[in-house]
Design a protein around this ligand. Sequence first.
Ligand SMILES: NC(=O)c1ccc[n+]([C@@H]2O[C@H](COP(=O)([O-])OP(=O)(O)OC[C@H]3O[C@@H](n4cnc5c(N)ncnc54)[C@H](OP(=O)(O)O)[C@@H]3O)[C@@H](O)[C@H]2O)c1
Length: 211
Amino acid sequence: MTTAIIGTGGLGSVIARHLGSGGETLRLSSADSESARSLAAEIGPGAVAAGDNRDALQGADAVVLALRFTVLKSVIDEIAGQLTDKVVVVPSNPLSTDAHGHVSRVLPEGQSSGAVVAGWLPTGARLAMAFGTMSADLFESASNRSPALAVLFYVTDDDRAGAEVARLIRTTGFEPVKVGGIEQSGRLEVGGDLHDLVVGPAKARSLIDGA
Ligand SMILES: NC(=O)c1ccc[n+]([C@@H]2O[C@H](COP(=O)([O-])OP(=O)(O)OC[C@H]3O[C@@H](n4cnc5c(N)ncnc54)[C@H](OP(=O)(O)O)[C@@H]3O)[C@@H](O)[C@H]2O)c1
């Protein structure tokens, strides 16, 4: 299967390396095309750097938008024509960082990234929120945990997106666990009760149900 990853920074590069190690074919794109090119070269023959964001989607079954929340809408608008019936996976937390490195939330309390992104996507796109539930460092180190895989939580309202994101999560070396629909997205984001946890499936389910 082929997955496009738009954004090859701190998180997108780890998603790409894990998916590449799991045998996924990748089409990578970034603002500065050199960043996608060097990552593709590092991953090997299963990964190519696309000419641009639209080109990344050519032949892809799904796209991961590993972008800062503040650029997400402009990239969605740029690729909107190619998102009909496409699985769109978004890890973005609703944060922005100023010139001094101070991080602040860009949405009002109670409004989740998932709810806002769902409103930005064109009709026919199949959204799942996933891969942004832990720091890139933790995501890198907790892959293929033994003896039991660690969980990656996801949310979606779409069955096909759910099946596809579960497959991608398994390919990265984690156990997929669905928390619920997009209305549950806030639980996965920074500040949410399910954010930045490395747990197995039984603990994951008790946390979901216990809340
Ligand atoms: N890093 C983490 O630990 C972490 C954990 C959980 C969730 N997240 C979420 O993941 C998202 C990405 O975070 P990050 O830390 O990976 O950010 P980052 O390191 O700044 O990477 C952002 C990537 O987006 C690319 N980009 C920017 N504008 C673009 C455009 N118009 N078209 C194509 N690509 C563009 C950048 O390209 P260039 O490389 O060419 O500049 C870069 O590769 C954020 O929303 C964040 O909330 C991050």
